[in-house]
Structure formats: C-alpha cells, structure tokens
Design a binder for this molecule. Structure first.
Ligand code: NAD
Length: 417
C-alpha cells in the first residue's frame, strides 16, 4: 500500500470528520451495509479522481465494503481535506494529494492512481479519462467501466464521443436526477456562498451579486444570494434559461453591462473566460470575483495578473489585485472552485445522494461487464428513482402510492371529460 499525504498526524481529526459526515449520509450507509453482504465489487480495482473530502471518504469505504480495492487522488489542487487524506492513508487506502499541491503534483498523483491498473474509474471533470486516452491507452484493455460526477466532465465526454475517441463505457452520474437536481442546485448554492463568506466575510445583504450561468448550479446560487438580501443580476447565453431567470425575478443582461454594476461576481458556467479582462476593466473598486464552475478558466486569472500592478495574498484564499488606476479587485481561491477551496464543498446530506449514484453506477457497470458499449451511458431511471426512494426511507418520509384504478387511468387514453 502506498500514499502521499500532507501530514499523517492529522488522521485522528480526519477520522472524526468522516464519522461526522457519515451520520448525515444514511442512504449511502444502507448501500454500504448491503455491499458488505453481497460484495458486488469483489476483486475490482477502482481508480478515483474526486475531491478528497469527508463525504468522498465515506464513498471510498462503501466501495471497499463492496470488495473493491481503491486508489484515489483529488480532482482539484485546492480541494483536498488533508485530515481526511491522512485518515484514508491510515486505513491503508492508496491516497495521493494535499491541499495546495502544484499542477505538476496534480498530474503525478493522477498517474500514481493509474499505476494501480484500475479496472473501473471514478472521475470528476474527466481528467482521469483524458489522461488514460491521451497518455496511457495500454490501460484501456483492463477497464470495465467508469463514472463521471460533474457537468463539465460530461461536456468533455460528449466531445470525445463525437470524435469517436471514447474507448470504454462511462456512466454519467451527473445526469442522474438524484444528482444534478440536488447536488448542483442545493449543494453548490449553499457551499458557494459559504466559501465566499469564509474567504471574504463580506455582507451579502444590499450587495449587487452577478451570477454567470443559470443552469442547475447558477439557479441555486442566484436564489440563495437573493435570500441573503442581495440584488441579483443573471448573465446567460441560452435564451430559455435567461427567460427563466427573468421570470424568477432577476435582472438579466450581458456581462459587459453587469461588469460595472456588480459588487460580487460568481461564475458557474463550465465555460472559459466568462469574466475577461475587458470586463474587469469596467469593475468597481473592491469588486469580488469567485468561481464555482469546475475548472479555473471561467475568470481570466492570467489576464488579471497581467493587468494588475501589484498582487498580495491579503488573507486565506483571497488575493488583492491593484489595477493601474488604483482600483482593487479581490479574487477568491485563485479562481478555483470557491466552495471546495475556501469551504468544505457540499454538505454531507446532499453528497449522500450523489455518492449513492456513484456506488450504484459502479455496481451496475460491473454487473453488465462486456454488455455496455464504449461511450456515455445513463444509469437506468429505476436505479435513479431507487436512490430517491432509499433516501426518503432513511429520513423517515412516506409518500403516496398509485391505486390500481389510477395506474389504469394513467395508462389509458379512452377516458375523457
Ligand atoms: N462547485 C461545485 O461543487 C460544482 C457542483 C456541480 C457542478 N459544478 C460545475 O459547475 C458548472 C455549471 O454546472 P451546471 O450543472 O449548472 O451546468 P449547466 O450546463 O446546467 O449550466 C451552465 C449554464 O451556463 C451557461 N453559460 C455557458 N457559457 C456562458 C457564458 N459565457 N455566459 C453566461 N452563461 C453561460 C449555459 O448556457 C448554461 O445554462 C460546471 O462546470 C459543473 O461541472 C460545480
């Protein structure tokens, strides 16, 4: 067993954090109990690139309970919780990563996971899958299935599929209803504002908050900012989503117009240079920039570096840039996922659902070994619905059932007024 973590002495705190998270992940606990008996992942080597958080540790333990061996690295240089990594290392898991690792280490760790010769992968942002296809294609022959956690990863995988470049089956966990309608919406909204607050301690009330992207993440972020008493402007490129934002009561305009109005800017698009230097040129003194989309390219940070006459790390996860004319611009978490770099990521309750999706997707992929074609697949809707049912059961919520008469009625077309 091998590992590379910041400080093994943090293991005790990490263990307590993992246990604390576990209490709020009852559905995953139920899956772990079943996995312990049935061992659906027996003999499977799982290579993971997921944020190393207390919730992810519970997923790792679930996979191990199912019979898997696991090697894990993070999927963002700033998101690893060092105490959790230490606790996993103490458990004997092959874990590589520390908060603030260099780009070079990021790829070195990814390759350590690949050295493990996985026959299943769990990805968040498609970096493992890209690395395998681009640099380690010899690993493809051992690979049975992979899963992808986030919207940005799915976009990259669709591009690979279009180019006929994707060579093994990947299950789009992000596209589970029990993932993106909960994790992206409820999780990203609360944790993004949590990260922004921890980095800046700014008062949201009365501020003008500009949210770029009105997808599952952006909808939640805009709503929570409004809840704090902010005035919210939404910037979108898709007409239907822009219209939804308008009907939800937000001002909608291009970022070029919003740039001079905002106090706080939050990007959640999955796109590149959504906030560019010509937007920053127009911003007010003391404007705050934060990104919660997967990669650190949504804000043109390199451009900001060039246009600033000075920069200092003014406090933890906050950089102050002074522009030529003396205006200050503050950037949270180097433009990386603010909710994971400056806070703890999504709360455990919501990761419970996402990680049930991961565990069941892996089980499904292994059960269907050889039957799934290379390409992107959805988890069958009955499995997705089963996750919602399990979550409801474990939190003690009952729902109605269709009567036989209702089933017949809903399946028929003859009955009218
Ligand atoms: N912070 C987190 O923990 C977390 C959690 C889930 C997803 N994500 C990431 O957040 C990003 C958004 O995810 P989502 O599920 O909301 O995606 P989505 O596709 O549902 O929404 C993104 C929206 O951004 C819009 N957009 C694209 N380019 C734009 C531009 N230049 N200006 C304005 N709007 C633009 C799109 O039209 C779309 O409506 C992705 O990168 C995803 O991987 C982060």
């Amino acid at each position: 067993m091998a590992h590379e973590v910041k400080d093994e002495n943090l293991a005790e705190q990490g263990q307590m954090n993992i246990e604390y998270a576990e209490q709020n992940m009852p559905a995953l606990r139920a899956i772990r109990a079943r996995f312990e008996k049935e061992k659906p992942l027996k003999g499977i080597r799982v290579g993971m690139a997921l944020h190393i958080t207390k919730e992810t540790a519970n997923l790792v333990r679930t996979l191990i309970a199912g019979g898997a061996e696991v090697a894990i690295t993070g999927c963002n240089p700033l998101s690893t919780q060092d105490d959790v990594a230490a606790a996993l290392a103490k458990d004997g898991v092959n874990v590589y990563g520390h908060k603030g690792e260099s780009n070079e280490d990021y790829y070195r760790f990814l390759n350590k996971v690949l050295d493990f010769n996985p026959n299943a992968t769990i990805d968040d942002g498609c970096d493992i899958i890209s690395e395998i296809h681009a640099k380690r294609p010899e690993l493809l022959k051992e690979l049975i299935v992979g899963t992808e956690e986030t919207t940005t990863g799915i976009i990259r995988l669709r591009a690979m599929e279009k180019d006929k470049a994707l060579k093994y089956p990947i299950i789009a966990v992000n596209d589970n209803l029990t993932k993106h309608l909960f994790d992206n919406y409820y999780g990203t909204s609360e944790s993004t504002l949590d990260g922004l607050k921890r980095a800046t301690n700014v008062l949201f009330s009365g501020k003008m908050v500009v949210v770029s992207g009105y997808g599952d993440c952006g909808k939640g972020v805009a709503l929570r900012a409004k809840g704090y008493g902010s005035n919210v402007i939404v910037c979108e490129v898709k007409p239907v989503r822009a219209l939804q934002a308008k009907q939800d009561g937000f001002r909608v305009m291009p970022i070029a117009e919003a740039a001079s109005l905002g106090d706080i800017f939050i990007t959640v698009t999955g796109d590149k240079h959504v906030i560019d230097t010509h937007h920053i040129e127009k911003m007010k003194n003391n404007a705050i920039l934060a990104n919660s989309g997967h990669f650190d390219c949504e804000i043109n940070v390199k451009g900001l570096e060039k246009m600033a006459k000075s920069k200092r790390r003014i406090r933890w996860q906050l950089d102050e840039y002074v522009l030529e004319d003396g205006r200050k611009i503050f950037l949270c978490a180097e433009g990386r996922l603010v909710n994971l770099a400056a806070a703890e990521g999504h709360p455990s309750e919501v990761m419970d659902l996402s990680f049930c999706g991961q565990a069941l997707a892996l089980e499904y992929g292994i059960k269907n070994k050889g039957k799934l074609k290379a390409g992107l697949h959805n988890l069958p809707s009955e499995v997705d619905e089963g996750i919602a049912r399990l979550k409801l059961e474990t939190i003690g919520v009952n729902i109605d059932k269709l009567t036989e008469e209702q089933k017949r009625y809903l399946a028929s077309w003859q009955e009218g007024t």
